[in-house]
Design a protein around this ligand. Structure first.
Ligand SMILES: C[S@@+](CC[C@H](N)C(=O)[O-])C[C@H]1O[C@@H](n2cnc3c(N)ncnc32)[C@H](O)[C@@H]1O
Length: 265
């Protein structure tokens, strides 16, 4: 074997070894990040999320979006007639509110982030679309009268941004109350895929043991994760149970695509 071959081979070997080591370190670092879920209480997680969604970077990212997401458009065409009152919850920078208003619906939209709402308002004015916008948090009472809307629309997994469970059920009950009898709610969430215990793993095992103790987050639930944002990943039975607790009937499941169509009777 020549020396030149040996040196080249050693470099290749070292590069591959380092790549493996870095991959393991990066996995360990992201595990460390998950610890915010058990160290913070739900209110602290919420405070962080509020600031994060209200950051200029988030607003600018969403302000550029003006197209339907996969599945949304098909559901809109199937379930929403063109002349009803629609409430778009967690509307962000107005992407779907503007698309819905263009289709002829009377659209009211809200989000907890004042900057997102300001951007949605600016875009609606620029497009001469009469969307009524408000800053409103899905964790609080919704600022709308009972039975005010024919349709509710909450897309892009926004139900998964609410936790713990009691807050989601509270929100779903509020949504039920502002919807007219017979009204339709198109709703989106993140599902835990594969293993039904997902997203089980070392962190979840550990957090479930820590959550009952001392200063740790007592409201931590299996499925709570930090994946860019704080997200609750649902198991199907869990989701069905929450819809039922809020007295919604499920008209259509598109669980693998992260959507369901609910009806109020
Ligand atoms: C993924 S963005 C989606 C925005 C928009 N629906 C879209 O699809 O382009 C999530 C939005 O949910 C909003 N949000 C998260 N938690 C919320 C809450 N508790 N109440 C109201 N809005 C919330 C955020 O401010 C953010 O604008």
């Amino acid at each position: 074997m020549s020396l030149r071959y040996f040196v080249g081979y050693s470099l290749l070997f070292l590069a591959r070894l380092l790549r493996k080591v870095f991959a393991q370190v990066s996995r360990a670092v992201s595990l460390l990040e998950q610890f915010a879920l058990i160290v913070w209480t739900s209110s602290e997680i919420d405070r962080y999320s509020r600031d994060d969604w209200n950051s200029w970077a988030s607003v600018q990212g969403y302000a550029r979006m003006d197209h339907w997401l996969a599945t949304e458009q098909a559901l809109v065409e199937k379930y929403l007639s063109k002349n009803g009152e629609l409430l778009n919850l967690a509307c962000g920078a107005g992407r779907e509110a503007l698309l819905l208003a263009r289709s002829g619906l009377r659209v009211t939209a809200c989000d907890r982030s004042p900057r997102m709402v300001a951007e949605a308002r600016r875009r609606a004015q620029e497009a001469h679309l009469p969307v009524r916008l408000a800053v409103a948090d899905l964790l609080d009472d919704l600022p709308y009268p009972e039975k005010a809307f024919d349709y509710l629309f909450l897309t892009n997994i926004a139900l998964s941004y609410i936790f713990p469970k009691w807050r989601r059920v509270r929100f779903l009950r509020q949504a039920h109350s502002v919807l007219k009898p017979g009204g339709v709610f198109i709703i989106s969430f993140a599902l835990a895929r594969g293993n039904p215990r997902i997203p089980a793993g070392p962190s979840e095992w550990l957090f479930m043991r820590l959550r009952g103790r001392g200063p740790f987050n007592r409201e931590y639930e299996p499925g709570d994760r930090l994946e860019g944002a704080f997200i609750h990943f649902f198991r199907l039975e869990e989701l069905a149970h929450e819809f039922q607790e809020a007295r919604f009937l499920v008209k259509e499941w598109l669980g693998d695509q992260g959507y369901a169509v609910l009806v109020k009777f």
